[in-house]
Design a protein around this ligand. Structure first.
Ligand code: LLP
Length: 434
């Protein structure tokens, strides 16, 4: 495991900063998301610093992790926010976000959401269609407001992400193609209520190479040059998110690599730069703690660890075939530095091949399949690593399972930042309608 990681083994026990993970599992119960404040701060600083040459505004992507305490912690570090709904705007503001640092993407902004964002005077609307720009113009003009707009360019670039999270290709619903964007920006110069000042990109998530950013920026630069020739004042470029993390514990591309790759494109543009990292900041800053409820071995040679965390708590393995390292919280020899998908044995450790599954009634309910793990017993706590991005935010109440608790560790302190739902919480909204 990365030595500077805030999640590490000491004397056979997993720690989050200075707090033993086992004591968190005992104290708050499982399943439970455990975030490290130090990791969140460190990763925010690292990506901000990588892009410091342009003094880039970092807008943390709220969809990756939207707990109010975490948004507040990041706002205190100077973070702005990337939102995609009125609900996310409401959350960000409740957490203390500065509206002047909020950028708003998404293909389906409703009139109500647009009015709300205009009232709050957010920094940028990242517009994804002509129809949306027309509505924003109409609503803003009626409110006597003028808002800044960036056109989300669909550059038709394949970012190599999972097909469900690749957003920069021409066959997806996102953004506007270069020719249409050029025409629209010129036309909209005469529209009331909107000032088109930027070009926005978001290519997909996660992106493990720099080439897609370079290919897309090539198109952004050409578009901006063309627009400036026609006297359109484009002075902002938003590179979006997609910055990768290591799910295996191995080497992975760093923010400085992305920054270096885009620098020649940004060099002569003379634009303010915005980035929208989500996963890079939140992903490696949390783990999901779960306990083994039962062990089960069937007649057909399969072994299962049936755990109290399920697909409703962490959807990524079944939705994207995503790989998350899993390891017992107590492990006398610690944890291997790197675990690769498909490894059937792990050198230096005695392991068994198991499926790590939850109690949900679907075959797709798993956290890992055919995974080499040290033999675990009933009641043992396991940690699912790199679970901070798109973990809790994609959780659901499927099978009427309460959403898990969220805990924030800071040094030797820890506190609940969202209580586990109760059964009563689950039925309350409907009970009042009975
Ligand atoms: N900006 C926009 C406009 C986005 O749509 C997204 C993510 C981001 C920024 C942040 O991307 P990041 O830096 O976190 O890669 N649920 C999937 C990921 C979906 C990403 C959606 N958009 C997963 O669990 O992998």
């Amino acid at each position: 495991m990365n030595p500077e990681s805030q999640f590490h083994y000491r004397n056979g026990a997993l720690y989050c900063e200075s707090v033993p993970a086992a004591s968190i599992a005992d104290h708050y119960g499982t399943p439970c998301y455990v975030y490290s404040a130090a990791a969140l701060r460190e990763r925010f600083a690292r990506i901000r610093d990588a892009f410091s040459r342009w003094d880039a505004l970092v807008c943390f992507s709220v969809k990756s992790c939207s707990n109010l305490s975490i948004l507040r912690l990041l706002a205190q570090q100077g973070s702005g926010f990337d939102i995609v709904s009125g609900g996310e705007l409401y959350r960000a503001l409740a957490a203390g976000a500065d509206p002047a640092k909020i950028v708003y993407a998404g293909v389906g902004k409703t009139r109500e959401e647009i009015e709300y964002a205009l009232r709050e005077n957010i920094y940028f609307f990242n517009v994804e269609s002509r129809a949306e720009l027309a509505l924003i113009s109409e609503v803003a003009a009626r409110m006597g407001a003028t808002c800044r707009v960036a056109i989300r360019l669909n550059p038709d670039v394949d970012a190599g992400a999972h097909e469900k999270t690749t957003t920069g290709k021409g066959n997806t619903k996102f953004g506007i193609g270069a020719s249409e964007a050029a025409l629209l920006v010129q036309e909209a110069a005469d529209w009331p209520g909107v000032a088109v000042r930027g070009i926005h990109l978001h290519l997909g998530s996660p992106i493990y190479e720099t080439a897609p950013y370079e290919a897309a920026l090539e198109k952004v630069v050409a578009l901006i040059v063309r627009l400036r020739e026609r006297a359109c004042q484009i002075d902002h470029v938003n590179l979006g998110g997609g910055y990768a993390i290591s799910y295996t514990g191995g080497e992975v591309i760093e923010p400085s690599d992305y920054a270096r790759a885009v620098s020649s494109y940004l060099e002569n543009l003379d634009c303010a730069v915005i980035i929208e990292p989500g996963r890079y900041i939140s992903g490696s800053s949390a783990l999901l703690l779960t306990r083994v409820i039962y062990r089960k071995q069937n007649d057909y040679g399969k072994s299962f660890l049936i755990c109290d965390a399920a697909m409703n708590d962490l959807l990524r393995p079944t939705l994207y075939d995503a790989f998350h390292r899993i390891w017992p919280v107590q492990s006398k020899d610690g944890m291997p530095a790197v675990i690769e998908p498909g490894e059937r044995e792990i050198q230096g450790f005695t392991t068994e091949l198991v499926d790590v599954v939850g109690p949900v009634c679907e075959t797709g309910d798993y956290l890992a399949r055919q995974r080499a793990l040290p033999p675990a017993r009933r009641g043992d706590a396991l940690a699912v690593f790199n679970a901070g991005a798109y973990g809790f935010t994609m959780s659901s109440n499927y099978n009427s399972r309460p959403r898990p608790a969220e805990v924030l560790v800071d040094g030797s302190g820890h506190r609940l930042i969202r209580p586990r739902q109760s059964w009563a919480d689950l039925i309350e909204p409907e009970r009042t309608c009975l």
